[in-house]
Structure formats: structure tokens, C-alpha cells
Design a protein around this ligand. Structure first.
Ligand code: FES
Length: 279
């Protein structure tokens, strides 16, 4: 049973235990490939059914709980090493530093996701640079030179879009642009600063995309895995590895599905926005 002081069990981010198990446990739909092919295979439902029996045994065994369930993975298929995968925009054109800095910024109110290195491992693609191209400041939300950032000002980053708590995938875990939830300042020193963050509406975990997706609020305790991005001389953007903990639901981030191959295309999703946070 999940309980936090001062919050009843009907909080949106604190469903009862049975409700929490209704969420996918680190397993997600094959986003782009399945949709483009018109294939409505629901990986989530299939894998949850597979895992339900395992989860029941764990719970019946007593005391291991969610922390153990989250690392159960499907049969071992996967990769032996990280591929170098070129990222492609929603329109099918290669993503370049120039195109990203023209079309994406910290105010994005849609989710842009790509799978890497496996087909069931979605990631956020973010440019944290201010919308006006000027340097970030208290009155100009955004971030330059963030850990792992690429591009002119080191503002382009990517993180796993599967929550490190119980594995809720995007769009339940979503990027919140500046000003999305007025009054929520988290670790910003000045209350007039409009912060931006990644928030999971399943149970309230929040992550800081300007600081390697470290935790701002629990119940998750681990950061989101970060995709290592590199660029070539023409500004094309590639994913080359993951750093940080394993993607939730995977014993390691290379096992649990087939690889994405040489390219991975962004898909656009509508985020689930829920401005309710643990106190
Ligand atoms: S799955 Fe529980 S906070 Fe995200």
C-alpha cells in the first residue's frame, strides 16, 4: 500500500495498489512502427498479462513488492551493444542542430518521442533553449550547457520516457514547459522563475531535464536514463548509448525487444498534464 503523510489514498498520483498494477510495468506500445503499419498490437497488454503471474508470485512471496517487480523483463531478446542511430524528424527528414534550434525550444507543449536502442524504449527529445534564442535568465526560461547537451549552446538532450518508479510510459510521464503549473517552483531559487520539468502523473515523480533528469520529487529515487547524443560535421544528430540506470522494466537497456536499427523517427504525442504533486 502506498501512503504518504498528508495525502489520502485517492490522490491522483497515489492510486491504490491494485490501481498501480493496472499501469504498464516498464513495457510500452511499439510507438511509431506499429502505428505506421496500422498494426494495433498492444505490447502493453500482452506484457502485463505475462508479468501478472510473476508479480502475483512476488507479492504472494511477501515483502519484495514494486521495487522487485519493476525489473522483471520479457524473454531475452535484444542487442549486444549500443547502435549509432540517426534521429529523424516527424516529417521524415534528418534532425540537425539547425532544424532543432529553429523548430524546438523549451516552450514545447507537445511530446516528441523516439525509440532507442530498443523498439519498446521511448525517449523524450528536448531542446531546453529559450524560445527567443537569447541567453536563459530569470525572466527568460530555458537552459544552456546542460549535462550531455549538444547543439550550439548544449541545450539539446534526450531522456528515457519510462518512469523510474513503476514504469509508467509517456504520455503519462510528460515534459512540462515553463509556467505549466503556476506556483510549482521545485528547486528554482527564485519563485518568479518559471521552471520546467518532467513529471509523471501516475504517482508524482518529477525529474529535472536541465540536470541529467535527477529526481526533484519521488516516489522514484533514480534519475531517468539519458541518451548520449552526438552530432556530425553536418549537424546531423545521432543517439549512441544510454547512461544512468537501466530503463525501467529491463534488466539492462539492451535486452527486452528488438533494436530500432539505423534510424529512429520522432513521433508527436499529447502529454498528460496533471498539476498535482506530492507535498
Ligand atoms: S510510475 Fe509511479 S511516479 Fe511514475
Amino acid at each position: 500500500m502506498f501512503e504518504r503523510p498528508g495525502c489520502s489514498t485517492d490522490c491522483p498520483y497515489l492510486p491504490p495498489r491494485s490501481g498501480a498494477l493496472d499501469f504498464p510495468i516498464g513495457q510500452v506500445r511499439r510507438l511509431a512502427a506499429a502505428r505506421e503499419a496500422g498494426d494495433d498490437v498492444d505490447e502493453t497488454r500482452r506484457n502485463v498479462l505475462k508479468l501478472a503471474g510473476v508479480g502475483a508470485l512476488v507479492l504472494a512471496g511477501g515483502g519484495l513488492g514494486a521495487a522487485s517487480i519493476q525489473y522483471v523483463q520479457p524473454p531475452t531478446i535484444g542487442l549486444s551493444s549500443y547502435p549509432k542511430t540517426q534521429l529523424v524528424d516527424v516529417d521524415g527528414k534528418p534532425l540537425t542542430v539547425k532544424s532543432v534550434e529553429t523548430e524546438y525550444d523549451v516552450t514545447a507543449n507537445s511530446l516528441y518521442l523516439f525509440n532507442y536502442p530498443l523498439r519498446n524504449e521511448p525517449n523524450f527529445f528536448l531542446n531546453l533553449a529559450p524560445a527567443n534564442g537569447q541567453a536563459p535568465s530569470d525572466s527568460n526560461p530555458g537552459a544552456w550547457n546542460v549535462p550531455g547537451g549538444v547543439g550550439t549552446h548544449g541545450s539539446i538532450v534526450a531522456f528515457s520516457a519510462i518512469c523510474q518508479h513503476l514504469g509508467c510510459p509517456a504520455p503519462a510521464i510528460a515534459y512540462y514547459p515553463p509556467g505549466q503549473c503556476p506556483g510549482k517552483t521545485f528547486n528554482t531559487p527564485n519563485s518568479s522563475v518559471q521552471p520546467f520539468y518532467i513529471h509523471c502523473s501516475c504517482h508524482g515523480s518529477t525529474y529535472d531535464p536541465a540536470n541529467a533528469a535527477s529526481n526533484l520529487t519521488g516516489p522514484a529515487v533514480l534519475p531517468l536514463p539519458q541518451v548520449t547524443l552526438v552530432t556530425d560535421v553536418n549537424g546531423n544528430i545521432f543517439a549512441t548509448s544510454l547512461t544512468g540506470p537501466p530503463v525501467n522494466g529491463h534488466l539492462n537497456s539492451l535486452q527486452g525487444d528488438y533494436g530500432v536499427g539505423g534510424t529512429s523517427q520522432l513521433v508527436k504525442e499529447t502529454p498528460v498534464i496533471l498539476c498535482q504533486f506530492p507535498s
